[in-house]
Design a binder for this molecule. Sequence first.
Ligand SMILES: O=P(O)(O)OC[C@H]1O[C@H](OP(=O)(O)OP(=O)(O)O)[C@H](O)[C@@H]1O
Ligand SMILES: Nc1ncnc2[nH]cnc12
Length: 228
Amino acid sequence: MSDPSISAQRSYGVESTSSHPPRDQPDPTVTGNASTGLAASSPAGTAELSGLKIRLRKALRQFPDFPSPGILFEDILPIFADPHLHAGLLRAIEIHILNTFGGEKPDVIVGLDARGFLFGPSLALRLDAAFVPVRKRGKLPGPTEVAAYQKEYGQDFFEMQKGVIKPGSKVVIVDDLIATGGSAAAAGALVEKQGGKLLEYIFIMELEFLKGREKLNAPVYSLLTGQS
Ligand SMILES: O=P(O)(O)OC[C@H]1O[C@H](OP(=O)(O)OP(=O)(O)O)[C@H](O)[C@@H]1O
Ligand SMILES: Nc1ncnc2[nH]cnc12
């Protein structure tokens, strides 16, 4: 049987500029646990998670000089073009959460504008948790909290509606990618301002060389790493 992730890549209609991982380097997230926090001997689902990571990685594409010169853009959208991969992404994060927090599930999934909205709500539904969006400035009605941040390619502002997180709620923040960590750190500050307890930040991909995780004051889990 053919690999559905490969057919999705081919049918997506845009030529890929490069592939993951570099062919001469092992993928540290597939067999190891260096950046993920998922112990190699962790409970059921570890083998399934490794398989899912391989399929997800194959689907990613890179675009040089987007959105500005010098940026190698990691495109995660092919994952969502293939229902098997889309389901695989949710399953991979679910396995991680079950293995990491045991019986303790998050109360709230916070998704970051805009690509965190692609999988945050479905993940929340799957975990029977609330979904709360963090949006770019000027998009949310009513009283909000605002946090400014610097990202890989410029400055921006995040907003969260006031009162959407009950003090003491267990919160997981999700986004497609962590680069400099500015976006995620600003979202974390908004969660903490409302009294939320940050369990973890979860990303599909981490650009490790930018050391974004050092800006974050809660554990970080990334399914995949790139651009070493
Ligand atoms: O770690 P950082 O350096 O902060 O960069 C990571 C952020 O950059 C991208 O979003 P972007 O702001 O480009 O917005 P978009 O999702 O609306 O395209 C990405 O989806 C992350 O949210
Ligand atoms: N290199 C990159 N690819 C995709 N999204 C990003 N957000 C910040 N840097 C990025």
